[in-house]
Design a protein around this ligand. Sequence first.
Ligand code: PHE
Length: 340
Amino acid sequence: MKERIDGLRAAFNEALAKATDAAALEALRVEFLGKKGHIAELMKGLRDVEDKKTAGQLINTLKNEVELAIANAETALKEAEIAAQVRSAKKYNPTLTFGRETGSYHPITLATREVVEIFETMGFTVENYDEIVDDYKCFEALNIPKHHPARDMQDTYYLENGQLLKTHTSAAQNAIMKKYGAPLRAIFPGRCFRNESTDACHENTFFQMEGMMIDENISISNLIYFMKTMLSEVFKRDVKVRLRPGFFPFVEPGFELDINCEICGGDGCPSCKNSGWLELCPCGMIHPNVLEEGGIDTEKYTGFAFGLGLTRLAMMRYGVKDIRDFNSGSLKSLSQFKSR
Ligand code: PHE
């Protein structure tokens, strides 16, 4: 068997060297890889061989070599053709294409679209909101008065006119409440900024998606239901989550929803600060002060809000270990995700 394979390899190499056009390459492909080609014959011959495993591997190696050599030869031929056209072209010809590469979406865009679709099917409207806001929207309307210690966690970049780059998507809560009134179901993804030192899981620029649902009789169980449904849709399976108490002046009670780290499977790694859990979605029942500030009747309505970390979700969804890769501009790492 080995001699036969070696013989065929030699014959192939000889024929390949002589094949100088597409038709010859195609003929060679059919001769070796076709339904009744040499490789198929060899496979049939396996029946009578004792050491099927070794022989099978040898045949496979030959098959791979042949496929690769033909593909390479085809590429070389096409390139030569284009080069010849270019050489003979007298004028600039805009219809000539040189292996034009198609772009791909950023993984955060892909993750955002996925989550947005899920919430749309659950009746949420999608809102777009400013990146530059004022102190009132980012803090005061959210029950965070001036000098409140909660501001320490959200230092940001201030503009000379007193406006600032929003630190969280919650900055749109007030405007959206005023725009729609109750009842209300809305999500608003957006870019957020914080003046922070960066590490594997912190960035000064990141994406969140805020969600709000305000209606009669909304409770924590509604909140948990929506979170779990969204996560199991995104990860296509039941995801382990845990709920811890969390403090945010604009919710009461407030929670941190953590998800089992998908990168290390919960054993602990730099992406999850060795805890096995990743804070993914702070949430809670909207504080009555915030509802009132948004013009909502707190006697009649209650609501929940959440601030999903879209960047972190994209890390988990695509197994990206270092958050800084997202803003790196490195096409090598960023263009490998499916584009849809
Ligand atoms: N805006 C908060 C943050 O970025 C998260 C949050 C949103 C918490 C909604 C509760 C409710 O830290």
